[in-house]
Ligand binder design. Structure first.
Ligand code: PHE
Length: 339
């Protein structure tokens, strides 16, 4: 059966095609290489007289062009949003804010530790790490803690049940200060280093957690002074926490520094406490005790320097006004997403 040559009927079919697949059906019916109505009609031109051929060919070519054009136009229309949706003013609103695409990011604590490493890196400080399980010698003795010092109390320190000599038990380090010892044993002064990491103490309330993070700093040289220490620490706090912070220094006691100091800060942040102008204790520090230098084979007559120990969570709680230290560890995405 020869297909219909009612070209205007094909034209209607093109117009009413609802999908690209519909359109392809019509296109095939007209232009299909074997059975297409137009293909066959063109072939029939061979069988007519030259005069007939002239008029017929002209007519067919016109029909062919019209159909070609309407197929192309229809295809374009079906590929773009429909006319009715475009007519609606609200259909495309270029000012509309799309919901933010969720992206993962570092947890607040490792992110801050990276910033600490960068800030101190710019001041020439090396980064070192140490093990979380140490012994009493590393955590206390070499840091000049007297044998009977109260910080050694099992009330405060997690001891590890692992075979050890009676007077040198294994424990979870209570501060990052043992890394000072490790670093000084392995490096010749002068040097500057920080050592971030986890520390453990039997302490739990809104501002204390049995596990928390510190970063210790150590700088040893021929003439490293308290003035250098203040400059380094103030620069770091201004850069990491509050550019407008002011500082106050008080004496403090830590067996491994002499003199020992505590640094307090005050800033204009949103914190209710600080707005009243209260000073916040933030960090212990001081000049490394000559006994500590001797313990690692550094001559205290030739070398001197300072050490400090910041609490990571404490700094973040001040910076972001976080009331409870538990928020850091609960994995509550509503909290973590806020940073
Ligand atoms: N290790 C002390 C602490 O955890 C902090 C400190 C470090 C103090 C270095 C002085 C010098 O409390």
């Amino acid at each position: 059966m020869t297909p219909s040559t009612d070209w205007s009927a094909y034209g209607k079919q093109i117009e009413t095609a609802k999908t690209l697949a519909d359109l392809e059906q019509v296109e095939l019916a007209i232009f299909g290489r074997k059975q297409g109505a137009m293909t066959l009609a063109m072939q029939q031109l061979r069988d007519v007289t030259p005069e007939e051929k002239k008029t017929l060919a002209k007519e067919l070519n016109e029909q062919k062009r019209t159909l070609d054009e309407s197929i192309a136009a229809k295809r374009k229309a079906l590929q773009t949003p429909s006319a009715s949706s475009l007519a609606n003013d609200d259909a495309i609103d270029p000012t509309l804010e799309l919901p933010a695409r969720e992206r993962g990011h570092l947890h607040l604590i490792p992110e801050f530790i990276r910033q600490v490493e960068e800030t101190f890196g710019r001041m020439g400080f090396d980064v070192a790490y140490g093990p979380e399980v140490e012994d009493e010698e590393m955590n206390f003795d070499l840091l000049n803690f007297p044998k009977e010092h109260s910080a050694r109390d099992a009330q405060d320190v997690f001891y590890v049940q692992k075979d050890a000599p009676k007077d040198n038990k294994w424990l979870l380090r209570a501060h990052t200060s043992p890394v000072q010892i490790r670093y000084m044993r392995e490096h010749k002064p002068p040097f500057r280093m920080i050592c971030p990491g986890r520390v453990y103490r039997k302490d739990a309330d809104a501002t204390h957690s049995p596990m928390f993070h510190q970063w210790e700093g150590l700088m040893i040289g021929k003439d490293v002074s308290l003035a250098n220490m203040k400059a380094v620490m103030e620069t770091a706090v201004r850069e990491l926490i509050a550019p407008d912070a002011s500082f106050r220094w008080r004496t403090g006691y830590f067996p491994f520094v002499e003199p020992g100091l505590e640094m307090d800060m005050r800033w204009q942040g949103e914190d209710r406490q600080t707005r009243e102008g209260a000073w916040l204790e933030i960090v212990g520090c001081g000049m490394v005790h000559p006994n500590v230098l001797k313990n690692v084979g550094i001559d205290p007559e030739q070398w001197q320097g300072f050490a400090f120990g910041f609490g990571v969570e404490r700094m973040l709680m001040i910076k972001h006004q976080i009331p409870s230290i538990k928020s850091f560890y609960q994995g509550d995405l509503r909290f973590l997403r806020a940073f």
